[in-house]
Design a protein around this ligand. Structure first.
Ligand SMILES: NC(=O)c1ccc[n+]([C@@H]2O[C@H](COP(=O)([O-])OP(=O)(O)OC[C@H]3O[C@@H](n4cnc5c(N)ncnc54)[C@H](OP(=O)(O)O)[C@@H]3O)[C@@H](O)[C@H]2O)c1
Length: 242
């Protein structure tokens, strides 16, 4: 007879402690708000962490971490203690052309999105699940983003390997397509960004470009689903299909 498990549909995190590294902006901040709204105590971590960041949202504490530094990651988790779930949305990447791009930028990108997630997973004391972030470029690359494609592929492989090695802790990966309204494209001129969003929306089967909340909902479901581990969840408007 199979064991009884709490169904994913209730998605309650009451009494659970969740750390979101990258919770200070974008998809991470949406996960912080969503988890707190479902009863969790949430630690939102990033360089900009400040106590006023989540204002009226109950149950959220902001703490500083620099994912560029292994010492900072180690110290952060030593001080944090045990959590039910670890989410890592924090990332910085420096893409460029494959042949002529800077090797420093390529190596910095691996530090900023692969080794950072690897180290968070390694130092965190987690009892229920780890959620890592890759991105659609792993399987739908474009010229000029080969380093991001390689990092995303490595994160997805790491997620599967850790699902086996760290069991019964569940390990999953979310792979977003283009998401609007996050800091990722904040430096782009507004008209160029809007043209990118409009052009992508026309191409995608979903006929829209999602925002941070459209990733946070499925991410929270994955964290709450006792039967989901080793999964890569694409939230991309169907972008892999066209
Ligand atoms: N947005 C998209 O279109 C898209 C598409 C595909 C994949 N993704 C992936 O989805 C994930 C989340 O993306 P997003 O758009 O939500 O990100 P975002 O809005 O750009 O936010 C990035 C987060 O990373 C944190 N961060 C950056 N450098 C850090 C450092 N050195 N130390 C600590 N924290 C640092 C930032 O916090 P502080 O500034 O406070 O440090 C911020 O909370 C990333 O892995 C991204 O690659 C996003």
């Amino acid at each position: 007879m199979s064991a009884t498990v709490a169904g994913p549909l209730q998605e309650s995190f009451a009494g659970q402690r969740i750390v979101v590294v990258g919770g200070t902006a974008g998809i991470g901040a949406a996960i912080v708000r969503g988890a707190a709204g479902r009863g969790a105590t949430v630690i939102a971590a990033g360089r900009r962490a400040s106590e006023h960041m989540f204002g009226a949202v109950q149950g959220v504490e902001a703490r500083a971490i620099d994912i560029a530094s292994e010492a900072s990651i180690r110290a952060f988790f030593a001080e944090l203690g045990p959590v039910d779930h670890l989410v890592v949305t924090a990332a910085f990447v420096r893409p460029g052309p494959f042949r002529n791009g800077s090797m420093d930028d390529a190596r910095t990108s691996f530090e900023g999105k692969f080794w950072s997630q690897y180290l968070c997973a390694r130092y965190a004391e987690v009892s229920r699940s780890i959620l890592l972030f890759s991105g659609a470029y792993s399987r739908r690359p474009q010229p000029g983003v080969s380093i991001i494609a390689a990092i995303n592929g490595a994160v997805e492989a790491l997620g599967r390997a850790l699902a086996v090695e760290l069991a019964p802790v569940r390990v999953n990966v979310v792979s977003p397509g283009l998401i609007q309204g996050t800091d990722a494209y904040a430096k782009m001129p507004q008209d160029v960004r809007q043209a990118m969003v409009d052009g992508t929306a026309k191409r995608l089967p979903a006929r829209l470009v999602g925002d941070a909340d459209s990733v946070a909902g499925p991410a929270l479901s994955l964290m709450a689903s006792p039967y989901a581990t080793g999964t890569v969840l694409d939230i991309d408007g169907g972008g892999l299909l066209v």
